[in-house]
Design a protein around this ligand. Sequence first.
Ligand code: PMP
Length: 360
Amino acid sequence: MRRAYNFCAGPATLPESVLQQASDEMLNWRGSGMSVMEMSHRSDEFVAIAEAAEKDLRELAGVPDDYAVLFMQGGASSQFATVPLNLLGDRTSADYIDTGIWSQKAIAEARRYASVNVAASSRAGGYVDIPDQDEWQPDPHAAYLHYTPNETIGGLEFDFVPDSGDVPLVADMSSTILSRPLDVSRFGLIYAGAQKNIGPSGLVVVIVRRDLLGKARKETPTMMDYRVTADHGSMYNTPSTYSWYLAGLVFQWLKEQGGVTAMGETNARKARKLYGFIDRSDFYSNPIAPRFRSWMNVPFILADEALNGAFVRGAEERALLNLKGHRSVGGMRASIYNAMPEAGVDALIDYMTVFEKERA
Ligand code: PMP
């Protein structure tokens, strides 16, 4: 069977060897006589799977001991509310940086609980660059500063970690986590929906400095309280066991690839190739300031929009899938997460070359 190259932004392509292993273990996990999906989450077998996944993630991301790692549910979007509910404490305001659609969704949800100060925005330039930090206007009373290191739809990615001083820095890393090395100690809290670089959708991984636990507002649903989740090893209720297991397989795969340093080098090369090709072409273009171009999500437009349909159809014929851009922005988008092999990027560039020659 020929697997397609799937450029979907999420749920996204997973490493083939991970899917193969999951398939091999589907009916009978390592002699247990059961699928992981059928195991009690309290069983020794599953607890071992869960602990190994956490240990591997800690190792991969270099998570210091004074941070809790939580495997929660409800996707990254549920964190848009969970973050303010837990981190506001006795404060009433929070700083947010607006770099595009995902930061705006986080801002809109936070406004239900907090007075949001948009400390900086990419709006003026049309969301193609990020204002210098010395132009930001943070609120000295903010409980935390939230930003979106990689805007999955816009394809705009920070090439620096903001300095938030003593204010805890909170990052929605859904579409960039584990794509390159990261200094976790710079952050108060990191969250990431799993369906790009980690595993199945629905699961959301939270890495939170332990001194930020235990500040949840009274009305916070128990299931959304970070301290309750941490105290119960992410098993206050039945966790998303199969997703957690699959995430663990992805973490093992990442370690086999050489971890995030090696992955970062490959990702940089993949992105350079694709942007380099786009920049050399008169037919394709990407509007983002080169410094802030996403390594993971590469939006591009065709010189003639009327050719979009033909482009997508031709790509599908070559088993290059899900290249149509997000419905809100149009054009094309190639998501090239960790699990997209370099050969997939090469195949895409080959196709784009042929299409341009035939149609431009
Ligand atoms: N934040 C970012 C940066 C995303 O890319 C996405 C999903 N594409 C979300 C949040 C929302 O994730 P979920 O669908 O898991 O709620």
